[in-house]
Every structure is written in structure tokens, then in C-alpha cells.
Design a protein around this ligand. Structure first.
Ligand code: 13P
Length: 363
């Protein structure tokens, strides 16, 4: 294992208040997002969209690394320039998603195990030769009635650690991504409990597999209430007669309700308890939060706690950087420049959030 190369790659990926851009959607996920906007689900549309991303002027000012998908790492711009060269010219380090997806975990209804260890050593060698210097593996943890099970957490943590050790052997910095999903009716507190349990297990397994913590980047979820968490309701009494009162319940959106300050506090405190100081950086996934909320929450963590944090706290967002641009592009050449402008704007907002200097007025 080349420890110096791993440390240096991690250092560059985390330097200068930059963050990472996840553009490693699998073809089915990319097609699903295209379908929602009426964009054709073709190889050429996917290539054109990814060309839009990698050729965005100024992207390298706030993005240090881009996570690619197997299809994308081999692609070229319309004029024949490999995406890898376009990224290198922009000062962006290429990374690669190497898991082969989350599949049903046998005997555990509703739970997933991430696959992709078979043949991984050889695939990593090929990606390293192509120029990739970091990789990503995403484990998925569902919160539900009686979920997650201990066996699901342990199986996914073990797979993440086996992957991470293989990456380091091949000279790639592993991004270790245990994602506790936002789907569900759970509370912020339940998400905290589960996320802490998952992270504890992940670090036990990483140590067990002899992964060098100085040469990884952790990619966790922020701690958030579930999307279907019962909405806080305001009770308002409305006079409906002399002595009669009617009770009116007003729904509010749980995501917006979850106060930016509370999310920042709970998330940082949980990470303090569970992530060793040897880890150089934590780069959050966005997980389905709006672009603005993801930036605001990242900003608050850095604004309040940056001076006390042992690790860099940055972003590795996909949807929270790409979604506004994708909605503007809609598969049309005429919208390309406006979409690129939106993309680089979100990237810069997150660089400001990493400094703790983002304000929603920027959005
Ligand atoms: P989101 O930011 O859209 O959650 O994606 C990050 C990612 O890499 C998912 O694996």
C-alpha cells in the first residue's frame, strides 16, 4: 500500500474549501431522472448531459474531485476529448463508483446489501491505470419498523471495509458511504441513533480490515427526520359560536421544520462521538434534500464548529448540485449555458458553505 499517495490524494481532494461532485448515477437512476423531465433516456443524452457537467467553466474553482460511473469514465466530448482530460485540465481529480448496487438482503425483508466485491481488485487496477485516484461504495440503511437489523448493519459495514482495503491496495482513496436513508416516518432522534450505530460498526470493520484511516474520506448522511415524519401541527382555535370552538390543524413541511441549527448541532455531535480524528475528511451526501437546505446545513456546521473539528467537513453532493441545472437543461442545447451557470453557482454556494460563509441570499 502506498500510504503517501493515499494521504496526498486525500489532502488535495479536501484542500482549499473545495468539495466533490457526485456524477456517478447508474444508468437506471440517470434514466429515471431524465424521464421525470421528459429527456430521452439514451446513451447520447446521458453523454451530452455529462459533457455539460464536465465542461462547465469555473467548476474546478470549487470542485476538487468528480465521481464518475463506468460508462462516463470512458466517454468523450462531442469533439473527441476524453472526459478524463477535460477534468484534468480543470484541476479536478477523477473518482469512480465501484459498487454494483444495493440488492435485497436475503432473509431480511426491506433491507439491502451492496454488492460488487467479486472481481473488484482487477477493476480497481484498471481504473487506476485510466487515471482514477479515488473510489466510492454506497451502503444503504433503511429505518423502519424494527429496522435496521443488526445483521444488515454488520454485513454492509463489512463490505465497506473489504472494499476500502482493496482500494488502498490499488492506490485509490476509498470514499466510504454508509447512507441512512431519509425515506420513512422516523424522527431526527431515531436517525441520530441509527447513524451513530452504523458509523460505530463501520469503524470497527475498517479497523478490523486494517484500513488506514488517514487515507479514506467518509461520506455520511446528515442527521435528518424522515420525509414522512409526522408533521408538526399547529393547533389553532377558531370561534364557531358563542361557546363552541373548532380546532384547526395546520400542516407544515417536516423537512423545512427541521431547523438548520438543530440538524447542524446533532450531526456534528454524532460525528464527534463516532468518527476518529485520524480521518482527514467528511464529505456529506445530499440524500434528497433541496439544494438550498443542503448548503445551509453544511454551512451551519462549519460556521458554528469549524475551529473545533478534527476533520474537514465538506460536500459530495449529486442532486443538491445537479438538480437545478438538470431542470434548466431539459435535454435542449439552447439551455446549455444557463444550466452550466446554475451548476457552477450551486458548486460555489457549497464552497462558501464549507467556509461557513454561505447565506441563503446567495441562492
Ligand atoms: P445525493 O447527493 O444525490 O444523495 O447523491 C450522493 C451520492 O453519491 C449517492 O450515492
Amino acid at each position: 500500500m502506498n500510504a503517501q499517495l493515499l494521504r496526498e490524494t486525500a489532502r488535495i481532494l479536501l484542500a482549499d474549501a473545495k468539495g466533490l461532485l457526485a456524477m456517478d448515477e447508474s444508468n437506471p437512476t440517470c434514466n429515471r431522472r431524465f424521464a421525470k423531465l421528459g429527456i430521452p433516456q439514451t446513451v447520447e443524452a446521458r453523454r451530452a448531459y455529462r459533457e455539460l457537467i464536465v465542461t462547465t467553466p469555473g467548476l474546478g474553482e470549487s470542485i476538487s474531485g468528480a465521481i464518475l460511473y463506468d460508462e462516463t469514465i470512458r466517454e468523450q466530448t462531442k469533439d473527441g476529448t476524453p472526459f478524463l482530460k477535460v477534468l484534468a485540465d480543470a484541476g479536478i481529480i477523477p473518482g469512480i463508483k465501484v459498487d454494483t448496487g444495493a440488492k435485497d438482503l436475503a432473509a431480511h425483508p426491506g433491507e439491502k446489501i451492496t454488492e460488487g466485491l467479486d472481481g473488484l481488485r482487477e477493476r480497481l487496477q484498471e481504473y487506476f491505470q485510466m487515471g482514477a485516484r479515488f473510489a466510492k461504495w454506497r451502503a444503504v440503511i433503511v429505518i423502519g419498523d424494527g429496522l435496521p437489523s443488526r445483521s444488515c448493519i454488520e454485513a454492509n459495514a463489512h463490505a465497506l471495509a473489504r472494499y476500502a482495503a482493496l482500494c488502498q491496495e490499488a492506490g485509490l482513496v476509498p470514499m466510504v458511504e454508509p447512507e441512512v436513508l431519509m425515506d420513512g416516518a422516523h424522527s431526527l432522534e431515531r436517525c441520530r441513533q441509527v447513524t451513530e450505530e452504523v458509523l460505530r460498526n463501520v469503524f470497527i470493520q475498517l479497523n478490523c480490515q486494517r484500513v488506514m484511516l488517514e487515507g479514506i474520506i467518509l461520506k455520511p448522511n446528515m442527521i435528518l427526520p424522515g420525509l414522512a415524519c409526522p408533521r408538526p401541527q399547529e393547533v389553532k382555535e377558531v370561534a364557531a359560536g358563542e361557546q363552541q370552538f373548532q380546532v384547526k390543524l395546520i400542516d407544515r413541511q417536516p423537512e423545512e421544520e427541521a431547523d438548520v441549527n438543530a440538524v447542524a448541532d446533532v450531526t456534528v455531535k454524532s460525528l464527534w462521538r463516532t468518527v476518529p480524528a485520524a480521518v482527514p475528511g467528511i464529505a456529506f451526501l445530499s440524500g434528497g434534500q433541496s439544494a438550498e437546505l443542503a448548503s445551509a446545513r453544511l454551512n451551519m456546521m462549519n460556521h458554528r464548529y469549524k475551529a473545533q473539528l478534527p476533520w474537514a467537513v465538506t460536500f459530495s453532493f449529486a442532486r443538491a448540485i445537479q438538480q437545478p441545472a438538470l431542470e434548466i437543461w431539459q435535454g435542449k442545447d439552447a439551455n446549455l449555458l444557463a444550466a452550466q451557470k446554475a451548476l457552477v453557482h450551486r458548486a460555489h454556494c457549497n464552497r462558501d458553505a464549507r467556509r461557513g460563509e454561505y447565506t441563503s441570499a446567495m441562492a
